[in-house]
Design a protein around this ligand. Structure first.
Ligand SMILES: CC(C)(COP(=O)(O)OP(=O)(O)OC[C@H]1O[C@@H](n2cnc3c(N)ncnc32)[C@H](O)[C@@H]1OP(=O)(O)O)[C@@H](O)C(=O)NCCC(=O)NCCS
Length: 338
């Protein structure tokens, strides 16, 4: 894992918007988050820092890596994706680099894709990077406070390799439901021209072609930030998280009590606590670190996984469940025998 050195506390945020440490902690559990160093760090550079550590721990070099997967919702460029930028930074030659955009579920989706490539024998060393840089693009005025206090920057990475049967990734379970896609979204700038949200239809620019991706109106109205219907996301999350964890356990004929550790995507401490209650998991069976990092979207699970492993909470043969829910809506789980 890699997180930038700048720690921003809830108190720091009260200097730029109308919020309080008490409100943020009570509703989300977050105490502080890390923000990238402006003009120096990007989603790619943070992902690459995490990747270097993962490669060192897996004892693989650049030439061993035969496929790259990069998952993020905060890419450096609209295109090309961070996969090729990470490839360039790591000096890895001409192998495939895939970008995955599945928001908070990005790591689970990416893990599932990597798992299929490994199980079919196509690749032997897949480098999976998950990184997010939210702080450059959030609305730090009071208007954006329900979103901006939640998100933080950071990265995680893993190297995936074939392993013995019964070990490694036992199964992955992916779901999505696009019927409420805009409930947690950042639609501007974009190529939608207001098609799905008519009230967001841009005024016709005075030109026959183009001019719809970024309009002056969007910039003038400051309409270029993420939107979240927090209560709606919360309600859906506390149903889908437990559902997809139970699905993974049932597919492997296992019970919640068999889990050594459940690592949920760090969306909100209240969500994790409700999931824990529903599944009747003990405190020592759930790993949370949102208090220190905020919600780092696709990066949150690998950051938590890394920390849990470094803290001795994961040992050989432990049964670990990773689960995520997020924008899309998308959700998923992965069951691992470490
Ligand atoms: C975002 C979330 C913390 C908001 O908590 P909530 O209890 O639902 O709060 P609401 O959005 O209903 O807002 C309650 C009040 O707090 C205010 N508020 C919102 N953000 C605030 C902030 N950062 N500081 C202070 N007040 C804030 C609102 O303006 C509202 O004020 P009002 O009652 O005067 O209108 C909560 O809905 C949530 O965690 N949802 C899930 C979000 C999530 O996990 N997203 C990531 C998914 S991957």
């Amino acid at each position: 894992m890699y997180v930038p050195k700048n720690v921003v506390t809830n108190h720091d945020l009260t200097r730029v918007m109308d919020t309080s440490d008490e409100w943020i902690q009570e509703r989300t559990g977050i105490k502080e988050r890390h923000y990238a160093t402006r003009f120096e760090e990007t989603t790619t550079t943070m992902g690459v820092e995490a990747a270097k550590i993962a490669m060192e721990r897996a004892r693989v070099s650049q030439s061993d890596i035969d496929f790259i997967i990069f998952t993020t919702i905060s890419p450096d460029y609209y295109f090309p994706g961070c996969g090729v930028l990470a490839q360039r930074a790591l000096g890895i030659k001409e192998i495939g680099a895939l970008d995955i955009r599945n928001q908070c579920s990005g790591f689970i989706y990416a893990l599932s894709v990597a798992d299929q490539f490994i199980k079919t024998g196509m690749y032997k060393n897949i480098l999976l990077l998950a990184a997010e840089l939210h702080s450059y693009g959030l609305d730090f005025s009071t208007r954006g406070r329900n979103v901006s206090v939640i998100f933080g920057d950071g990265a995680g990475a893993v190297v995936l390799q074939p392993t013995e049967k019964g070990q490694g990734i036992l199964s992955t379970h992916l779901h999505s439901d696009g019927s409420q896609a805009e409930m947690l979204s950042m639609i501007n700038p974009g190529f939608h021209a207001g098609k799905f949200v008519p009230e967001k239809r841009p005024a016709n620019p005075d030109q026959p072609y183009g001019g719809l991706f970024i309009t002056k109106e969007l910039v003038e109205k400051d309409d270029v930030y993420p939107y979240m219907d927090g209560p709606a996301v919360f309600k859906k999350a506390i149903i889908k998280f437990p559902e997809v964890i139970v699905e993974a356990l049932a597919a492997n004929d296992l019970q919640p009590s068999d889990l050594k550790l459940m690592i949920p995507h760090q969306a909100n401490l209240r969500i994790s606590q409700m999931v824990q209650q529903k599944l009747r998991l003990r405190d020592d069976q759930v790993y949370n670190n949102i208090q220190k990092y905020g919600n780092t979207t696709a990066a949150s699970i690998p950051i938590a996984l890394c920390e849990a492993w470094e803290n001795g909470r994961i040992n050989d043969n432990d049964l670990i469940c990773l689960a995520a829910f997020g924008s899309g809506f998308t959700w998923g789980s992965a069951l691992l025998r470490w």
